[in-house]
Design a protein around this ligand. Sequence first.
Ligand code: NAG
Length: 219
Amino acid sequence: MQKLVIVLGLLAVLCAAHSFKEGGAVKQLTVDNFTAVTGIGSGKLTKNTFGMFYAPWCGHCKKLIPTYDEFAEKTADVNVVAVDCTTNRAICDQLDVKGYPTLLYFTSDNKQIKYNKPRTLEALQSFVSTDYKQETGADITFKPVSGGSNAPSDGISAQVHKLIESVGGPTVFGVGILAAFIVFAVVLSFLCGGSDEKKEKPRQTDEDNAKKSSNKKRE
Ligand SMILES: *[C@@H]1O[C@H](CO)[C@@H](O)[C@H](O)[C@H]1NC(C)=O
């Protein structure tokens, strides 16, 4: 019963997934157009660019999405972009994205600054207009990524990582493994229970054979 509640709860969380507004102001970028749209990696930014690097299953990311949509709408002089790290690892790996969401501000003097302030509309707006000037950024070292391949495709760990993310992140993956294990255990106990019956029969056959062969010997 408790497990059922957990599973239903997880489904509800997954179904409630927010996504960016269709035709909204957030530019959703991939390995194919990240550098082309922002200029990051080309040495010359098109505009100051605020980037959200996220995973679709991450709760804090989903929570930020409506605010981020509004931020993009109201911040015309800044490129407001989002990159799904689960399908664009080549971008997020280079930017050293370790947690979701990672928020970075790239400025036209070729610096990048990590945003660690509150995830509110006001704080975001105030940061991109003035507050960022008080922070020391790091030089942008991003190199343009070639399109097509989404991940460092070779390497088992990369594949496992991809698999885990494709099923909805580590938590869902863990629950999936647990569920699979329970099913496996049930099937196994059923099979083992069944094979006890089978063991009886060969024994009878062996006895029969023994009788037959002893009969033969007697003949
Ligand atoms: C970037 O490319 C993706 C995938 O082709 C596309 O969905 C998205 O709209 C593009 N974004 C921009 C701003 O061109």
